[in-house]
Design a protein around this ligand. Structure first.
Ligand SMILES: Cc1cc2nc3c(=O)[nH]c(=O)nc-3n(C[C@H](O)[C@H](O)[C@H](O)COP(=O)(O)OP(=O)(O)OC[C@H]3O[C@@H](n4cnc5c(N)ncnc54)[C@H](O)[C@@H]3O)c2cc1C
Length: 402
């Protein structure tokens, strides 16, 4: 590791930090990434890339490799246990707005590996694994960071620090930036199974939301398997929720008893809706989960984080290269925090409330809204623009601090 002052350090080598690093390197800016783990994560987490995110990754040269490792989902479907199919929406209806009119189902760990492979030999890029950032101090012209590496304390200095260090971000906590919001009382159980839902439910989309007042579910197809997500009752222990008996009872809600329902993997996780009160503090920035976390209904967490990374680096690059004034950076917080609050938090909370609605009036409102969008081309396009996150990107681009 170097004791020289770095133009940019990125804390965290998740999908958001790696995309931020790639975007800066592409602009000729040297970047050092510090990652506390010994390797890139293999965790089973996000697996949806929305159309504009694919357009952005294409501009960086990563989309084709990712598409080759993923599954294209051309449609999204909404149903309810009471009313059956409510609507199926085909992304080809917005093919004038994106070069990738489909959702791509590919695990996030595939993207981080594609990016690292592309950057590995680039002299502008460096990454330190097993290097955990532990503290941050800002001076007028830079940021000083402490980190632990191989049991030793090391110090790094940079002009600009990008905190892409996830929900528990030290970049955020060390600077006392509040992470406001709430935690849902229930947890979500995700079961990965090779069961063929296309045979069980003819016409099912690779992305299917099913509303139910007792136990809604969400089906998401990835290569060779489906993920089935359901809420777990608030008073159930984690141990019981992950027990073979409860997992079997849960999968049997969507798979009949005569079909073998092998479970390859289960994840149980607590779901939060939180946003940092500021995405910039002096020479440090928050991106991705460090800046905001939300429930996964709509697949907006990682996608929103990648949008943060490219919004920020699209401003920071020109500032570092001398073609833009540092005042431009104020737009990052304004643009991304505004749409995070309005679109990402608003949409994911609404998605959850629609699926779990118990009140007949709420159920009817959701049913009528989806049916109306399915029956009317322009309303269908509006829904697709919103769920594909095109609207939030357009709204962000329209906001300017000065
Ligand atoms: C089950 C599940 C399903 C999901 N599905 C979707 C989906 O379909 N679509 C979607 O868009 N989002 C989804 N999400 C959310 C998505 O996984 C996150 O939004 C995404 O991982 C955020 O990426 P990130 O790079 O900001 O943070 P992370 O992926 O958390 O990466 C942060 C990195 O920083 C490192 N780090 C942490 N602290 C330090 C430190 N002090 N020093 C150095 N390094 C550090 C970590 O080791 C990690 O590598 C899902 C999440 C879960 C849990």
């Amino acid at each position: 590791m170097s004791s020289a002052k770095h133009p940019v350090i990125v804390a965290g080598a998740g999908p958001v930090g790696m995309v931020a690093a790639a975007s800066l390197v592409r602009q000729g800016i040297p970047v050092l990434v510090l990652e506390k783990s010994g390797d890139l994560s293999r965790e089973s987490r996000a697996s949806t890339f929305h159309p504009p995110t694919l357009d952005m990754l294409d501009d960086l040269g990563f989309a084709q490799a990712l598409i080759a490792q993923g599954l294209k989902a051309p449609t999204v479907q909404y149903s309810s246990t009471a009313d059956g199919l409510l609507g199926t929406f085909d992304f080809s209806a917005i093919s004038d707005l994106t070069r990738h009119p489909f959702r791509l189902q590919a695990e996030q760990f595939k993207l981080t590996r594609i990016v690292l492979e592309a950057l590995r030999d680039n002299p502008l890029f460096a990454i330190e694994f097993e290097c955990e950032v532990t503290g941050i101090a800002q001076t007028a012209d830079g940021v000083k960071m402490t980190a632990t590496q191989a049991g030793l304390e090391v110090v790094f200095e940079c002009d600009w620090l990008i905190g892409a260090d996830g929900a528990n971000s030290i970049v955020r906590r060390a600077q006392d930036i509040p992470f406001e919001g709430f935690t849902w009382p229930e947890r979500f159980l995700v079961m990965t199974t090779p069961v063929d839902f296309t045979a069980l439910r003819p016409g099912v989309s690779s992305v299917s939301y099913v509303a139910d007042p007792e136990r809604w579910h969400f089906l998401l197809r990835i290569i060779g398997a489906w993920r089935v997500m359901m809420p777990v009752p608030n008073d159930m222990s984690d141990e019981t929720a992950l027990s073979p008996a409860y997992v079997e009872e849960s999968i049997r809600r969507v798979v009949p008893p005569q079909i073998d329902a092998a479970i390859q993997h289960t994840t149980l996780y607590r779901v939060h809706q939180r946003v940092a009160t500021s995405f910039q503090k002096g020479r440090t920035f928050l991106v991705g989960d460090a800046a905001h976390i939300n429930n996964p209904l709509g697949g907006m967490g990682m996608n929103g984080g990648i949008h943060d990374a490219l919004n920020l680096t699209g401003k920071l690059g020109p500032v570092i290269n001398g073609s833009a004034d540092a005042s431009l950076l104020a737009d990052y917080d304004l643009q991304r925090r505004t749409v995070t609050m309005q679109a990402i938090q608003g949409d994911t909370i609404r998605n959850k409330r629609n699926l779990e609605a118990k009140d007949e009036a709420d159920r009817a409102r959701f049913r009528d809204e989806i049916r109306a969008a399915a029956a009317d081309g322009e309303k269908g396009r509006q829904l697709l623009r919103r769920i594909a996150m095109l609207d939030s990107l357009a709204r962000a681009a329209s906001l300017h601090a000065a």
